[in-house]
Design a protein around this ligand. Structure first.
Ligand code: GDP
Ligand code: MG
Length: 284
């Protein structure tokens, strides 16, 4: 059985007419560096997006505040084409000065809205390249005690611009009990008025949030089967084993069940807000 991601179900999520054109989806990853963002994205879409990445030298890393990079891959599954864009925000949280480190991410999102707004008001509206960010996976460190002020600041600054889906990174470093506790702590953020994507679309079991994830780009042998996993002296953690983490639930949500919802909320809520603000400031 060939491994597959599951976006072949997209035609069921939207009108068949779109099938010929293909689909596009832009996913942003954010959070402290080293939390496994690149690894997870590769695991999610079974692609090696970063195979030709350049290693930054130490000096560059320090002077750099937030450098946003974009990778696009065309993937096809059962005749359904998906143009996937991954927006990576490396170095986030690394910079010496972390205050307002969300600023350049917010600016990036706004710039995509601005571009779309301009294209939409132009003459050729048929073939607009849509670079709007449909989803932002926000990585929460498994090593902290709950959310850090930086996490809260980031999500507060961004949740009205983009669908934020929080994930608890490197869940293999935590016991099931710790995972449960950290999830409860992270969800308390909702009380402070944050609207994660799920609160908006009202369709999902909230107890799963944040998704506890594990990423790996290596295939290991577990009980005679070759699986994506991480090999430890005491055993193997399997990325796609629901008993080990929420990876499959996250992928199903992103790809099979809610990709269209993520795009709809982006268009109907986040982009509309941006547009309204633009028009308001133009008429003032
Ligand atoms: P990024 O800076 O957030 O993009 O992090 P990377 O994907 O480059 O991963 C940083 C390091 O963490 C690498 O050595 C990965 O092998 C490791 N790593 C990635 N995902 C996981 C995970 O789920 N669990 C553990 N224990 N390590 C991981
Ligand atoms: Mg990375």
């Amino acid at each position: 059985d060939k491994e597959y991601v599951g976006f072949a179900t997209l035609p069921n999520q939207v009108h068949r007419k779109s099938v010929k054109k293909g689909f596009d989806f832009t996913l942003m990853v954010a959070g402290e560096s080293g939390l496994g963002k690149s690894t997870l994205v590769n695991s999610l879409f079974l692609t090696d997006l970063y195979k030709d990445r350049k290693l930054l030298n130490a000096e560059e890393r320090i002077t750099q505040t937030v450098e946003i990079t974009k990778h696009t891959v065309d993937i096809e599954e059962k005749g359904v084409k998906l143009k996937l864009t991954i927006v990576d925000t490396p170095g986030f949280g690394d910079a010496v000065n972390n205050t307002e480190c969300w600023k350049s991410v917010a600016d990036y999102i706004d710039q995509q809205f601005e571009q779309y707004f301009r294209d939409e008001s132009g003459l050729n509206r048929k073939n607009i390249q849509d670079n709007r960010v449909h989803c932002c996976l926000y990585f929460i460190s498994p090593f902290g005690h709950g959310l850090r002020p930086l996490d809260v600041e980031f999500m507060k600054a961004l949740h009205e611009k983009v669908n934020i889906v929080p994930v608890l990174a490197k869940a293999d470093t935590l016991t099931p009990g710790e995972v449960k506790k950290k999830k409860i702590k992270a969800r308390q953020l909702d009380i402070t008025g944050l609207l994660f994507f799920f609160a908006r679309c009202d369709l999902y079991d909230h107890d799963i949030i944040p998704f506890a994830v594990i990423g790996s780009n290596t295939v290991v042998e577990a009980k005679g089967k070759r699986v994506r996993g991480r090999l430890y002296p005491w055993g193997i953690v399997e990325v796609e084993n629901p008993a080990h983490c929420d990876f499959v639930k996250l992928r199903n949500m992103l790809v099979r069940t809610h990709m269209q919802d993520l795009k709809d909320v982006t268009r109907e809520t986040h982009y509309e807000n941006y547009r309204a603000q633009c028009i308001q400031s133009m008429t003032r």
